[in-house]
Design a protein around this ligand. Sequence first.
Ligand SMILES: [Zn+2]
Length: 364
Amino acid sequence: MWRTAIAISLIAFTARAELRVESTMPGLKAHDVSAVADGDEATWFQSFRPPYSNDYISVTLGKPQKLTSVRVVTGKPDGGNIFAAGVLELSTDGKTFSSAVPLENGAAKWSGKIGPVAAIRVRATADGIAPIAIREIAMEDDVLPKVVVGVPGKAPFGKLTAKCDFTKVPPNYCVLMRDELDGVADWFFTYYPKIVALLDAPTDGLLRDLEIRFRNDMKPGVPGYVSGTVMTLSIPHIIRNRDDVRGLFIHELTHVVQSYSGKGERPGWLVEGLAEAVRYELSPPDDAWRAAVDGIPAEKIDYHNAYRDPARFLLWIQSQNNPGLLAKLNRALKDGSYKSETWTALTGKDPDAWLRAYRAAAEK
Ligand SMILES: [Zn+2]
């Protein structure tokens, strides 16, 4: 029996609006269609009724992507409600579906080459007898996880290499974050030399091979960190704050340039303040974070409040006849000679006296 099953269309926008998930079957409120492409096989879509022949759940990619495989997993985690009579289908134009793999025991995997994929769907090939659950339609891209970019022979560095490690990125996120991930490797070559110049960092011993890892399990509120030669960035943070990725990267890359160790004092507000000041200086003028820093009321600025406040504080002091202050502070922190007296020797006043001067100047 052939029934046209397009009576209703439920649309869910996932974290990125470019990925559209639709179903011709209504779903339970607690298990709506967005669960199909959330990168998490622990969550699932559950239909309200059994599927009719030609009912489907589809994922449409706003921008067609080269995929090497697609997997569908159906049935609840306890094994119930599998999609028994169905087929996994792919489309390169978003309208006609050409490649098809029948579901076996509620699961199917397609792999091969068919050019950029515009849409994926799971379609019922017969009327079902019970509601169905779909845990995930997972897109995989074997090409992406091998990005290593090298720039040989660029003075004054010699070879610079960025390696992006995607082993911990769920495949669906690889597809979703492709532009950002491509950007990250490029930004290394764009911003690293600029940060080195801005901080007048010694090029001896400067890190040349950076590994960038992406993790899905970092604590909320920790967007990224640097440890040795590895920069780790939070996938949920990137997904939710796309405008912030470049700035976050510049901040963390500044920590790579800093890599202070050994003796000497290293006040946290100063280390973070330098990273934020560099971010401010190198961000485009229309950057939203930069505007937010400009928007902090002057009387509220306190350099103890890492992160944004000391950025404005440091840049203002630098503008008060202290050219190259960021670089001088970085040099002292780097060679381990920094003490609280260093600040006063470089700027003529201690930080609290500068804070009073800053607030007085802002009042005028
Ligand atoms: Zn930091």
